[in-house]
Design a protein around this ligand. Structure first.
Ligand code: GLA
Length: 395
């Protein structure tokens, strides 16, 4: 039993006075490379991290068709009738969710899963606990979705495969919570494997594990959470998406996946400077993901440093989604000897990662912490992660 399993089990007992039927969990993720490419039908290379969200779930013994959710994120549980879910969701554009935001993730999953599988769903109680840092860009929300979707898939006999469950999670996020995100996070949490990243084509949703050999190569991946809060449903993320759609429309293609590096000179002639730079980020980032997969296979993880650094520069200068804290973390890690470093996730705050020699963990962490103090930033939260298993039933 992990501590998070214990917390979820205890919370379930407090909520219901019973033992749960089972425990299901799903991890957060780090994206190694491929940022803001997912909603452009492009390529991503995320991996699941050891931090997990656990859902303790049980079918209601009284047969009443209601879903009740409790979580360590909130003092009060939320309860709705299953036949009311279709009235609550989708949330109208621009409106607040009809339930407290934290509850829109699991209840949105219940709604989307029942629809996707064409099942009615029986009444269930759900207790959620997590050690995935929230607001750090490590997909705490996809972890809630993945744990809940895995549980309901089993208990409702829905029979959906992992990709279908990722789609359910994404629909909850887009249409119940109202965050206009792509599918990377949900695929990463569903498909993660130990010591591998998931290479995902976001157009076909074909995915394959790419061995990373981090520990075996004497390396480590450091997560540097800046503790600058980020918010996807607001402003910047949506604006970047719109710029990408504008760019694709100008190029006359369905999405930026269909624009190659060789097309960029023509794109530059056709677009205003800002739209062009947004397009250039996505087009070159797709290429960097392909290059990273190739280099990992040919030369191993020590050889991908430059690609990580180029990705960060593109996000900082072209896509403009970095913040001073992220740049400081990346620059300092590199000066302290990191092989590569970049911000990870949606941007505007959250975390950066650094690929380091395992024995450099202390030196790099201390250098970043000192640089934050010198710059007058709040202290970062720094820890290492290894690529870990994806969602599933734990007990
Ligand atoms: C967030 C979104 C993802 C993806 C990343 C940026 O994590 O949830 O869908 O767009 O930002 O790569």
């Amino acid at each position: 039993m992990t501590a998070v399993n214990d917390t979820a089990t205890t919370l379930f007992a407090e909520l219901t006075g019973r033992e749960p039927d089972g425990l299901w969990s799903a991890p957060g993720r780090v994206n190694l490379i491929g940022e803001h490419t997912d909603y452009n039908d492009g390529f991503v290379l995320p991996f699941a991290i050891p931090h997990r969200t656990v859902a303790a779930v049980g079918v209601r013994p009284d047969g009443v068709g209601r879903v009740r959710v409790a979580s360590t994120f909130a003092a009060e549980p939320v309860e709705v009738a299953i036949d009311e879910l279709d009235r609550l969701f989708p949330t109208a554009a621009g409106a607040e969710p009809a339930v407290p935001e934290w509850a829109a993730y699991p209840l949105g999953v219940a709604w989307a899963l029942a629809q996707a599988a064409g099942v009615a769903g029986t009444g269930v109680d759900i207790a959620i606990a997590s050690d995935v840092p929230v607001g750090a860009g490590l997909s705490s929300s996809a972890a809630i979705e993945g744990a809940t979707a895995s549980a309901l898939n089993d208990l409702w006999g829905a029979g959906l495969d992992r990709t279908a469950l990722a789609r359910v999670g994404r629909r909850a996020e887009n249409e119940a919570v109202g965050a206009p995100t792509g599918i990377m996070d949900q695929m990463a949490t569903m498909l993660g494997e130990r010591d591998a990243a998931t290479f995902l084509d976001c157009r076909s949703l074909e995915a394959r594990p790419v061995p990373l050999r981090i520990a075996e190569s004497g390396l480590a991946i450091l997560v540097m959470d800046t503790r600058v809060a980020h918010a996807h449903s607001t402003g910047g993320y949506r604006e970047r998406r719109e710029a990408c759609e504008r760019g694709a429309a100008i190029m006359g293609v369905p999405s930026l996946r269909d624009v190659s590096v060789a097309d960029l000179p023509r794109a530059e002639e056709l677009m205003d400077d800002v739209t062009f730079r947004r397009v250039r980020h996505v087009v070159t980032e797709n290429q960097r993901v392909l290059d990273t997969v190739r280099v990992l296979g040919e030369k191993g993880p020590r050889a991908i440093g430059e690609l990580l650094v180029a990705s960060h520069a593109s996000m900082r200068d072209d896509f403009e989604i970095s913040v001073p804290e992220l740049d400081t973390a990346v620059d300092t890690a590199l000066s302290a000897g990191a092989i590569g470093a970049r911000m990870t996730g949606g941007g505007f705050g959250g975390a950066a990662i650094a690929l380091i020699e395992a024995d450099a963990e202390r030196a790099v962490s201390e250098a970043v912490t000192a640089a934050f103090a010198d710059a007058g930033f709040g202290a970062p939260h720094i820890f290492t992660v290894l690529p870990s298993a994806g969602a599933g039933r734990d007990a």
